[in-house]
Design a protein around this ligand. Structure first.
Ligand SMILES: NC(=O)c1ccc[n+]([C@@H]2O[C@H](COP(=O)([O-])OP(=O)(O)OC[C@H]3O[C@@H](n4cnc5c(N)ncnc54)[C@H](O)[C@@H]3O)[C@@H](O)[C@H]2O)c1
Length: 342
């Protein structure tokens, strides 16, 4: 069997999970090198991921003699630079969302990628690989709910992660780029049109620290699409009960709802507190399968020489919308997408 040799950049919260998937669960991939700025993470990789070639410098890892592709799970503010350097080293690239929090940077990566049409470059939007979200897309294509004209989607994290998220804001670009980029991608995917104008509202209702950084702990954004469709996209960092990602798609002849209630499984508990379902603790508990399916698709796509749907153009379009969301939140006014284009 032909196998893809992968170098992994970033071994933090999500990078470790990618490392386990690539090394132990993807039959046609080898994890040959890893890179992190954190020494303990490199020691973890040697012991737990069984990788001998570890690097504390990204550029040095790119010179590894036996590497076909790089998987980039580094902090958001370094994605664009890391993608460009990987392409210049002749390596195929998978990078976690978002491509960048800056439209100019997204366009710069797209421009550079034109020089390397032989390389596969994929930006991870894992919800497109979640079986329920995939099933909803198939149902729309089969015209079972008519033409979608409204998407309501939210990304909601459990409150216990908020202190970590405060430190994350500096590199992640804030809640619209970090959380809502998923909902934007889904709304574009299901509606099949681009956002024309939007209006963001929100605030730091519980964790004032986000307000001090110009960010929020709860937001809603109302979007109008070029074809007249609508989306209401929300984000929250204050759920007391768990991770609560939810999406509703209303079509002209029916509706689809994904993740309501946000149950961990199909067990319903009836006891002295009432009748209830347990909830997932984290995004990873909810979307574990999708992350594995997604990176398997990247490996297969490189080995078969086909570009996956989650390409640079798609990622740029999502960032354009999250930039507009951030701008509207700051100015408290309606933002037209055409007005923020460079
Ligand atoms: N798809 C999702 O639902 C989802 C969920 C969580 C995180 N993410 C994305 O994954 C990325 C990483 O998130 P995380 O929570 O794992 O972050 P993290 O802070 O836990 O880890 C970041 C890692 O990147 C490494 N790193 C940073 N800059 C580097 C550099 N210049 N060279 C080499 N290594 C560098 C750090 O050493 C660390 O290992 C972010 O871009 C985030 O948006 C996506």
């Amino acid at each position: 069997m032909k196998k893809l040799n992968i170098g992994l950049a970033g071994l933090g919260r999500l990078g470790k999970e990618y490392g386990k998937n690539i090394q132990f669960k993807i039959p046609n991939a080898n994890l040959v090198a890893v890179c992190s700025l954190v020494e303990e993470e490199l020691a973890y990789a040697k012991k737990e991921l069984e990788v001998s070639d570890t690097y504390s410098n990204y550029e040095s890892m790119l010179e590894h003699p036996n590497m076909d592709a790089v998987v980039i799970i580094t902090s958001t503010n370094s994605h664009a630079e890391h993608i460009i350097k990987a392409m210049q080293s002749g390596l195929h690239v998978f990078c976690e969302k978002p491509l960048s929090i800056d439209i100019e940077n997204c366009l710069k990566v797209e421009e550079e990628a034109k020089k390397y049409s032989n390389l596969i470059v994929m930006i991870g939007f894992n919800r497109r690989y979640d079986p329920s979200y995939v099933d909803a897309k198939k149902t729309i294509i089969e015209n079972k709910v008519g033409k979608p004209f409204f998407v309501r989607s939210q990304t909601v994290d459990k409150d216990i992660w908020a202190p970590f998220q405060v430190s994350f804001v500096k590199t992640s670009g804030g809640v619209f780029h970090d959380f809502n980029v998923h909902d934007v991608d889904l709304a574009r995917w299901y509606i099949g049109s681009e956002v024309k104008r939007l209006w963001s509202q929100g605030g730091a209702y519980r964790f004032k620290e986000f307000g001090d950084l110009g960010d929020a702990d709860n937001t809603f954004v109302f979007c109008e699409f070029e074809d007249g469709s609508m989306a209401l996209l929300g984000a929250s960092r204050t759920s007391s009960y768990g991770h609560d990602t939810f999406t509703e798609i209303i079509g002209t002849e029916g509706k689809l709802t994904i993740g309501n209630p946000p149950s961990k499984n199909r067990v319903q508990i009836s006891d002295k507190h009432g009748v209830r379902n347990e909830c997932n603790e984290t995004f990873y508990d909810r979307f574990k399968d999708s992350f594995l399916i997604q990176v398997q698709d990247f490996v297969n796509s490189v080995l078969e020489g086909k570009q996956p749907e989650c390409n640079l153009e798609n990622a740029t379009k999502a960032t354009i919308v999250t930039c507009a969301m951030t701008e509207s939140f700051k100015t408290k006014g309606i933002v037209e997408i055409k007005d923020i284009m460079p």
